[in-house]
Design a protein around this ligand. Structure first.
Ligand SMILES: C[S@@+](CC[C@H](N)C(=O)[O-])C[C@H]1O[C@@H](n2cnc3c(N)ncnc32)[C@H](O)[C@@H]1O
Length: 89
């Protein structure tokens, strides 16, 4: 997907996916920004609101995985005490 975006979008361009789905196009665009500093913008459209929520989370993760990992760590740190044994049952 990143290769296809590179092929048709100049640096600084706007990428539009009118069938956004789970947001793979947007995610690839954000990875291009991170890896090549090309400053793409992304617009995703979908009929299904649930897909938009999911894709937003995936795209935000692609933009700043480190920050989100830190937030998850902070939440887990408060919920799980060191040495605590967790059971799934
Ligand atoms: C196969 S997914 C697209 C995958 C996406 N391009 C990607 O990169 O992950 C198709 C999506 O199109 C949406 N869709 C179908 N018809 C639509 C319409 N008329 N307008 C907007 N979205 C539509 C569906 O809800 C579905 O989420």
């Amino acid at each position: 997907m990143q290769y296809l975006i590179r092929l048709v979008t100049p640096p600084g361009g706007i990428i539009l996916d009118p069938f956004n789905g789970s947001g793979s196009t947007g995610k690839a665009a954000m990875w291009e920004n991170k890896e090549r500093g090309v400053d793409y913008s992304y617009i995703g459209i979908d009929l299904d609101e649930k897909y938009l929520e999911i894709s937003q989370a995936r795209i935000e993760y692609a933009i700043d995985a480190d920050k989100i990992e830190e937030e998850i760590y902070q939440v887990n740190k408060d919920l799980i005490r060191p040495g605590q044994v967790l059971s799934m049952f």
